[in-house]
Design a protein around this ligand. Structure first.
Ligand code: GLN
Length: 551
């Protein structure tokens, strides 16, 4: 049986959700984490997802949004991105566990004979494995408080073992080390002009049936919760009146920590966990919000991608633009452009009025020609360009076709037989067939070339960035690219792989093989996004001047 670490010093907060999914447990958890961190507590957040996939790496972004990659190469749920962006911390594989991973661990142990012939069951074997993972991060001794978000809704068949493990965790930890927060919805019926508490009462009842009494109710609502409603919720759900917390819809997710501060969420948590309450230091957060809310400029940037109907697929990119925009005191408006809609005939119209474009990461052939057409247009017209992963690979292909005059240049991902495989699969990756097995995942070092634009942007020479891709720049073509003006300004010092390309005779044309968007946080915006937004602002001012001169 897995051993459950009971001698931990971390206190545990479990966040469950009821009534419906998508209530924003991730943002509430991240906001609570921020408020506790602002009082000097060392906090981390972990997410337990009830689906059977071992990790979200193979999930379709249409169904699940972006796959967030951590430094240690874990492909995780996009909520981990919120945890990192709010808390300015790094997370790892240990912060995201799925049902699939739990069962995989238990089955591996069973096959190995660890259970010594015992019948392997949901209780205790699966629940013990879940609890082992609940408490795994205690072992480092690094955290005062660990917040655990349970994905899905109370009452879902899939969530049952997790909820049961939470019930047991309370017994293992003891009351002042355990806290249960239930996030629920208080719908407003416009016909009756009333906020309704019944769905919450039902959802709390379901939690109670599973043996968990919520200590705090966080109520998502579009209207303020009047005292009467709070009293009713407190009475029927058996929580203290001051533990009914209103979570009003906010303009921006970054407002939520301050909204939760007004409602005294962290105070309630700290008194229930018997921890000292000091005044939080939220100065930096407020400074960020101040800049975010009071932009003096606005730019419009085109985001060229395959999944433009579902912005969650590009969550981290959107958030990085918000951070970088705030830093530049500039509102970044995103124009979503489906790569499939771009042809040489319409490219000018589609990109009209934009101050820059970002070509997004992606897998598969759809829309590649559109991306290449857009890149040719911005390269030739000196419009700021930022290519991420597939976006960089397309920039390399475009340059090969149109500048190096290799009309058939391609990535072998799209044309395995191409005469000029400028982007290719390296030999040692070819035989691996397990999906995900061939991917370069997680943090890799990169050395920036002296005197390059990227070195000036980062202000240093050695960086580390996160990757998630299979294909690479083909170094056989290196000299031809360099001689024609495409600098390979970031190189992996161990493998010599090209990680960054930039153009010399262009104001801002940078492609990166890694995903800088995964490392941008509210309090430390990523330098590449920051400077890209700055370049688009310059471009906008410059083109405005040109227009005025031409009048
Ligand atoms: N499909 C490309 C590759 O696997 C790019 C992946 C990405 O953009 N994340 O290399």
């Amino acid at each position: 049986m897995a051993s459950v670490n009971k001698s931990n010093k971390a206190k545990h907060i479990f966040v469950t959700g009821g009534v419906t999914s998508s209530l924003g447990k991730g943002i509430i958890s991240a906001s609570l984490g921020k408020l506790l961190q602002a009082r000097g507590y060392s906090v981390t957040i972990q997410k337990f997802d009830p689906y059977i996939n071992i990790d979200p790496g193979t999930l379709n972004p249409y169904e699940h949004g972006e796959c967030y990659v951590t430094d240690d190469g874990a492909e995780t749920d996009l909520d981990l991105g919120h945890y990192e962006r709010f808390l300015n911390i790094t997370t790892s594989q240990d912060n995201n566990i799925t049902t699939g991973r739990i069962y995989n661990n238990v089955i591996t142990k069973e096959r190995r004979g660890d259970y010594q012939g015992k019948t392997v069951q949901v209780i205790p074997h699966i629940t013990d494995e879940i609890k082992f993972n609940f408490f795994k991060m205690d072992q480092s001794g690094e955290y005062d408080i660990i917040i655990t978000e349970i994905g899905g809704c109370v009452g879902d068949i899939e969530s049952l073992p997790f909820i049961e493990a939470v019930r047991q965790a309370k017994l293992d930890l003891g009351p002042s080390n355990f806290l249960s927060i239930h996030l629920t919805l208080i719908p407003f019926l416009s016909a009756a002009k009333e906020l309704k508490t019944k769905p919450t009462q039902h959802s709390v009842k379901q939690l109670l049936e599973a043996g968990i009494q919520p200590d705090i109710l966080v109520c998502r609502t579009e209207k303020p919760l009047p005292l009467e409603i709070r009293k009713k919720l407190a009475l029927f759900c058996n929580v203290q009146l001051n533990s009914v917390i209103e979570a009003m819809d906010a303009d921006s997710i970054y407002d939520v920590p301050l909204l939760m501060r007004k409602e005294k969420l962290a105070e309630r948590v700290l008194s229930k966990l018997k921890l000292p309450k000091s005044e939080p230091d939220l100065d930096e957060w407020k400074a960020f919000l101040g800049k975010l809310k009071n932009p003096t400029e606005e730019v419009e940037i085109g985001l060229v991608g395959k999944y433009v109907e579902l912005p969650d697929a590009y969550k981290s990119i959107i958030e990085s633009f918000i951070h970088a925009g705030a830093e530049n005191e500039c509102r970044v408006k995103i124009r979503w452009i489906s790569s499939e809609s771009i042809t040489p005939l319409v490219v000018k119209d589609l990109l009209e009025g934009l101050s820059g474009i970002l070509v997004a990461p992606g897998f598969g052939e759809r829309g590649i020609d559109g991306k290449i057409t857009a890149i040719q247009y911005v390269r030739e017209n000196k419009i700021p360009f930022f290519g991420i992963c597939l976006g960089m690979q397309c920039a390399v292909t475009e340059f090969a076709r149109n500048v190096l005059k290799m009309p058939h240049a391609d990535s072998t991902e799209f044309n395995p037989q191409t005469a000029d495989p400028v982007i290719y699969l390296m030999n040692d990756q070819k035989d691996i067939t397990n999906i995900g097995g061939t991917m370069r995942l997680g943090a890799y070092p990169c050395k920036l070339q002296k005197g390059s634009k990227v070195q000036a942007i980062y202000g240093r020479q050695n960086i580390s960035e996160r990757h998630r891709h299979r294909y690479e720049f083909n170094n056989q073509y290196l000299d031809e690219f360099i001689n024609a003006g495409m600098k390979t300004s970031g190189i992996n010092p161990d493998s010599n792989l090209v990680e960054i390309i930039e153009l010399e005779d262009h104001p801002w044309f940078i492609g990166v093989q890694f995903h800088p968007e995964l490392k941008s946080t509210a309090q430390s915006p990523h330098p590449l996004f920051q400077k890209f937004v700055e370049a688009t602002l310059k471009f906008k001012k410059h083109s405005y001047k040109k227009e005025v001169i031409n009048l």
